[in-house]
Design a protein around this ligand. Structure first.
Ligand code: IPM
Ligand code: MG
Length: 349
């Protein structure tokens, strides 16, 4: 089990320490962890947010455990040198086009949600976000208009293969869950979405047992807080998935709780919390490591077929929450390390 450990910037460093402790606590045989710089810290140390050595390690490892990138010191760098480019580059290079972002209420902890408890308690959904296309990767730049005004532009585009392959992943995911798939787009305005909807409908004929619906993204944002329990799998493009998954995290309780798996066609993947580097609280030891720890669980499940170990970690995190050991993001006072300690203690018990 060769794992590339890329902690990155800000709270990425602190939460990764706890995820590694959790992995160590499982006493897995053949576990090999190799650390490398990524993001702003890599720019500072090596002049590039995704140095060749880091990319090599990510490509040769069996899986990548990723913290977070983003550093205000780098805000004025050219776009290709910004920390965010590291994670975008990794996703693209590793061809992890499918990003799985599960959002499920923790039993008995509905009060953590920003929603009313009875509404929050029903959340059990999976956002399937396309990760290597869309407006994120289209042509972009700044130019001058005919009137001499500065204009920024980012091209949104998906080809039919990109849509079909993520749609297949989503239908299969729905088959293994409650067999409901809601595809989210903006087909009333965007031509990209018109094709998206067409292709998703075509792929649907391979999955007659899955109930497919379509929803405009604005409505989906509203439905996610009105009645999130209606969703099973939500399939959507890169930018809409980015936004909706942050929203879904507050429906569960906090962005510090949601993990993600970015996968392609094989078992290899990139596993990272859905949150960023949180520079405002970095270095204080108060970040919630749960999303990072849960990302490690997703890695064990997807890349190493270790379902029971993944479940053990997930149950340990849930138990710690139920014990009232809450981080600052959830109105508690437990430190990053205290939460890690508690999860490790659960695994030992
Ligand atoms: C995420 C993050 C990234 C994204 C940033 C850090 C580039 O917000 O993983 O959701 O936009 O995909
Ligand atoms: Mg995001």
């Amino acid at each position: 089990m060769h794992i590339a450990v890329l902690a990155g910037d800000g709270i990425g460093q602190e939460i990764m320490v706890e995820a590694v402790r959790v992995l160590d606590a499982l006493n897995l045989p053949d576990l090999r962890l190799d650390h490398a710089d990524v993001g702003g810290v890599a720019y500072k140390n090596h002049g590039h947010p995704l140095p060749p050595a880091t990319l090599d390690l990510a490509k040769t490892a069996d899986a990548v455990l990723f913290g977070a990138v983003g550093d205000p010191d780098c805000d004025n760098l050219d776009r290709h040198l910004r920390p965010e480019q590291a994670v975008l580059g990794l996703r693209k290079e590793m061809q992890t086009f499918a990003n799985l972002r599960p959002a499920k209420a923790f039993a008995g902890l509905e009060n953590l949600s920003a929603l009313k408890p009875d509404i929050a308690g029903a959340i059990d959904l999976l956002i399937l976000r396309e990760l290597t296309g869309d407006i994120y990767f289209g042509e972009k730049g700044q130019r001058k208009t005919d009137a001499g005004l500065r204009e920024g532009y980012d091209v949104m585009a998906y080809d039919e293969e990109e849509i079909a392959r993520i749609a297949h992943v989503a239908f299969k995911a729905a088959q293994s869950r409650r067999k409901k798939l809601c595809s989210v787009d903006k087909a009333n305005v965007l031509q990209t979405s018109v094709l998206w909807r067409e292709v998703v409908n075509e792929v649907a004929s391979d999955y007659p047992d899955v109930e497919l619906s379509h929803m405009y993204v604005d409505n989906a944002a509203m439905q996610l807080v009105r009645n999130p329990g209606q969703f099973d799998v939500m399939l959507t493009g890169n930018i809409f998935g980015d936004i909706l998954s942050d929203q879904a995290s507050m429906c569960v309780g906090s962005i510090g709780l949601l993990a993600s798996a970015s996968v392609g066609t094989g078992t290899k993947g990139l596993f990272e919390p859905i949150h960023g580097s949180a520079p405002d609280i970095a270095g204080q030891g108060i970040a919630n490591p749960s999303a990072m720890i849960l990302s490690a669980a997703m890695m064990l499940r997807h890349s190493f077929g270790m379902e029971s170990e993944a479940v053990r970690i997930e149950q340990a995190v849930a138990t710690v929450l139920q014990q009232g050991i809450l981080g600052h993001d959830l109105g508690g006072s437990a430190s990053t390390q205290e939460i890690g300690d508690a999860v490790v203690a659960q695994l030992a018990s």
